[in-house]
Ligand binder design. Structure first.
Ligand code: GAR
Length: 200
């Protein structure tokens, strides 16, 4: 049985698209892309999911009193569908410790740097690439890891390095890190997690 997987998104959804494309090209056979949940109703990721025929839900973080109430709504969604694996793919909301504990070893995240560099609270999206350029590193990359209550500190599943080029801006670096690292290692890590969960 394929592992029922939910992908949590907030924005463009290129990582979600990498998972959809891998599935369409015959990979990810242990994984069922069951549900896509966005914390932002306007996220383009929702259009990508709909085009791929995946069920979507939009839970606007702003309309919940606090993160406990938001995570309770998330919990209801995933529990109702028997979700076994949660993939955070550009999900810009921090989950509560209770939610993370309930899905221990069943939640992974993709981060656009080589952890432990440029990670933790306040490091997300373009800010990560700006920090890498400001520091002057010559190599950056992406990491997929298991989510634990401490932000960006869980066990690492996969990493891939990307060279910084002269003249890079946060935007050009982000595009290369996505294409050369995130979109490569995230589908591989999802496949590995689904095999672990299904015992195959
Ligand atoms: C990706 O670069 C992802 O690694 C990053 O947000 C972007 C989402 O892009 N996530 C974080 O910074 C989490 N700390 P996408 O919506 O096109 O997949």
């Amino acid at each position: 049985m394929a592992v029922k997987t939910a992908v949590f998104v907030s924005g463009g959804g290129t990582n979600l698209q990498a998972l959809i494309d891998r599935k369409l090209s015959g990979g990810l056979d242990s994984c069922e892309l069951t549900l896509v949940v966005s914390s932002n109703p306007d996220a383009y990721a929702l259009e990508r999911a709909k085009a791929a025929g995946i069920e979507t839900a939009a839970l606007d973080r702003q309309s919940y009193a606090d993160s406990a109430a938001f995570c309770k709504a998330l919990e209801d969604l995933v529990a109702a569908r028997g979700i076994e694996l949660i993939v955070l793919a550009g999900f810009m909301t921090v989950l509560t410790a209770e939610f993370i504990a309930k899905h221990e070893n069943r939640t992974i995240n993709v981060h656009p740097s080589l952890i432990p560099s440029f990670c933790g609270k306040g490091f997300y999206g373009l800010r990560v690439h700006k920090a890498a350029l400001d520091y002057g590193v010559k190599v950056t990359g992406a990491t997929v890891f298991i989510v634990t209550p401490e932000v960006d500190a869980g066990p690492i599943i996969a990493q891939k390095a990307v060279a910084v080029q002269d003249g890079d801006t946060p935007e050009t670096l982000q595009r290369r890190v996505m294409a050369e690292a995130e979109h490569v290692i995230l589908p591989e890590a999802v496949e590995e997690m689904c095999r672990r969960i299904s015992g195959r």
